[in-house]
Design a protein around this ligand. Structure first.
Ligand code: SF4
Length: 482
């Protein structure tokens, strides 16, 4: 999957069928994700008040999302007073127009970017390239993915699908470096190639982890130092923030920092926590606050909690479906369980209505979420909407199948008749060279089961009395308690 191919909400199963899964990545990706979640659980288990922290974070986020209109206005007022120019964007196109205006105003030719999922929503690299601006990712994972002309596979660790050997070969091919698979040597190569870029860049672009309303500050966390350099070395800094990232007060920040680092990377705190209180002297700072479909989530009271997400990635690591198919199969920016509940709102059920079905509903995602988003119930809610509203999941064949099932289950005669039809159908289907629709998809990789010569009911009629314990038969059955 080339970086420049638009993924805009490719349906989950279609994306998988078309080979959008990571080449030979699912095994290493699955193992890495499993290791991460095990480590995160061990770290969380050492905190006796972990559950209280989760409940408190849920309460703060609930308050913030319920009061988003007031908090965003307060945040804008306070950060503007510090000298930051605030721009609002209702969608990705408007946000890109703002960025291009800034690019033209400051004659920008080169951009260094630290990790920003919002910029992925905007396809910003692509937009900048079309405008003749060179944008370089500086987060190591994003840098690797950009060099490989791929897409991030994970929201926290974008190159989770690449092994050290893959990276060594990539550097050999793209940077002309001698092959190595040593982690330290690989990091040195990346650092050497990136370091000069910060000093040359005309503009830095970053995401925002938290927008703090009462102080008008931006909080960005990271481990590599690249966000610090991207936001302060170039003369212009553009921060991109989704409307849901605002929190009411700086006194809640330690709570979120504790939860985010432990759930994201299993650290007590990330290596760097940047608090930006307006632009650095003699530099310009812009903040673009983006809606891009988030108001659709707000409109649905059952789905609103999806906006509590602090993008830690723990639900991805814990998800057996994500670990098997990887991030690209989800067809857009946000993979895994959070993608399955967020993307249908952001790009529409018509585009992404199959995503809520990309789950076994095992509940692991809800158990690990540090802000206690009830992801499994959100998935069920969206499944309901996906079959009621226009979406690729709204299928008349499925509806008809369930109606027939419901009819058959309403009486023993109907049930026997239906089972007789199924047995006959399976026997006949064996002789057909081709099977239609979903049956065909199922039998492409599997053999139809053998139909037993006799039914269980007939067998039970003949043998059941021998198997029921004597005292039960003599007392007329097990009965119930009085
Ligand atoms: S939904 Fe919860 S677990 Fe998943 S990324 Fe968001 S905060 Fe983390």
């Amino acid at each position: 999957m080339s970086e420049h191919e638009s993924l805009f909400g490719a349906p989950f199963l279609k994306a998988e069928n078309e080979g959008l899964y990571e080449p030979h990545g699912s095994e290493s990706l699955g193992m890495s994700a499993e290791r991460s979640i095990k480590h995160n659980r061990e770290v969380a288990a050492k905190i006796p008040q972990w559950e209280e922290w989760r409940a408190a974070a849920n309460a703060v986020k609930r308050y913030a999302i319920a009061n988003l209109d007031k908090l965003l206005v307060e945040f804008e007022k306070n950060i503007s007073a510090r000298g930051t120019t605030v721009l609002w964007a209702k969608d990705a196109a408007e946000a890109n127009r703002h960025v291009l205006d800034i690019v033209h105003r400051h004659s920008v030719k080169t951009v260094v970017k630290s990790k920003s999922m919002v910029s992925e929503e905007m396809e910003l690299n692509h937009v900048l390239a079309e405008a003749g601006v060179r944008a370089l990712e500086t987060d190591l994972g994003e840098y690797l993915v950009q060099l490989a002309e791929q897409r991030p596979t994970h929201i926290v660790t974008p190159a989770l699908h690449l092994s050290a050997e893959d990276v060594g070969r990539l550097f050999e091919r793209k940077l002309g470096e001698p092959f190595t698979a040593e982690h330290e040597a690989l990091t040195d190569i990346a650092r050497r190639h990136l370091r000069e870029e910060y000093l040359r860049a005309d503009m830095g672009v970053s995401g925002v982890n938290f927008g703090i309303a009462d102080t008008g500050s931006i909080c960005i966390i990271e481990n590599e130092g690249n966000a610090g350099l991207s936001t302060t070395a170039p003369p212009v800094h553009v921060a991109l923030m989704g409307i849901e990232k605002v929190i009411p007060s700086i006194r809640y920040l330690p709570l979120f920092l504790n939860l985010l680092a432990r759930s994201g990377t299993g650290q007590q705190l990330t290596t760097y926590t940047h608090l930006l209180h307006g632009p650095t002297p003699n530099r310009k700072q812009y903040l673009i606050i983006l809606d891009n479909g988030r108001s659709n989530v707000l409109k649905d009271p059952h789905a609103r909690a999806a906006l509590f997400c602090i993008r830690c990635g723990a639900c991805l690591n814990s998800c057996p479906v994500y670990r098997r198919v990887g991030g690209w199969a989800y067809g857009w920016v946000y993979p895994g369980p959070i993608g399955s509940i967020l993307t249908p709102h952001l790009v529409g059920l018509e585009q992404a209505g199959t995503l809520p079905f990309a789950s076994s509903l095992c509940g692991a995602c809800g158990e690990v979420c540090p802000v206690k988003i009830d992801i499994p119930h959100q998935l069920v809610h969206l499944r309901h909407r996906a079959v009621e509203e226009p979406s690729p999941a709204k299928s008349w064949t499925e509806r008809l199948t369930w109606q027939m099932w419901s009819w058959a289950m309403r009486g023993p005669v109907r049930y026997r008749l239906a089972m007789g039809c199924v047995r006959l159908g399976v026997r006949l289907a064996r002789f057909l060279p081709w099977h239609p629709g979903k049956l065909g998809a199922w039998t492409r990789g599997r053999a139809l089961p053998d139909v037993p010569g006799d039914t269980f009911r007939n067998w039970w009629k003949r043998n059941g009395s021998r198997l029921v314990p004597q005292e039960e038969t003599s007392s007329g059955g097990t009965g119930g308690e009085a």
